[in-house]
Design a protein around this ligand. Structure first.
Ligand SMILES: [Cu+2]
Length: 163
């Protein structure tokens, strides 16, 4: 019995040490975030000189925030923006990112900065954002801006690769 007791103590000590290590390191991980960003450029069906940038922050607390700043838009038009599945040079950025590929084609399963239609300022500038309650998967790699025609997202007029 005696040798057995001696072996139990180091294990208990190791378990306590592991618990303390975990308690110390998890807050550090939870505070971490992964930032990707890219510059907007005139794209596919777009015209004129569109600029600005997009930024995605995947936070360690399990949320994702996307902010966009776009310049060179037509103040008389409406626009909508989505996170897309492919890079700007690959199939015109493909379709919409969906956290659950079998889920709904709308927020929060998709990420739409502005969460719908938006109008630029008189100077053609738009600043929009969206936050979703999950850590966006690796297929969230570009942000596309569409012109709205007849109330529906239409031509892809700008794109930014998130890298
Ligand atoms: Cu889109």
């Amino acid at each position: 019995m005696r040798p057995r007791r001696i072996t139990v103590r180091p294990i208990a000590t190791a378990v306590m040490a592991l618990a303390m290590f975990t308690a110390l390191t998890l807050p550090a991980l939870a505070g971490g975030s992964v930032v990707t960003r890219g510059d907007f450029k005139t794209f596919a069906d777009g015209t004129g000189d569109i600029g600005g940038h997009a930024q995605m922050v995947r936070r360690g607390n399990g949320t994702t925030k996307v902010k966009i700043h776009i310049t060179g838009l037509d103040p008389g038009e409406e626009y909508v923006s989505h996170v897309h599945l492919q890079s700007c040079d690959d199939g015109n950025a493909g379709g919409h990112f969906k956290q659950n590929p079998a889920g709904a084609g709308e927020p929060p399963n998709e990420i739409w900065p502005g969460n719908g239609k938006f109008s630029p300022s008189g100077g053609g500038i738009a600043n929009q954002q969206a936050t979703v309650g999950y850590f966006a998967g690796p297929m969230a790699i570009s942000v596309v801006v569409h012109l709205v025609v007849g109330g529906q997202p239409s031509a892809k007029i700008a794109c930014a690769d998130l890298g």
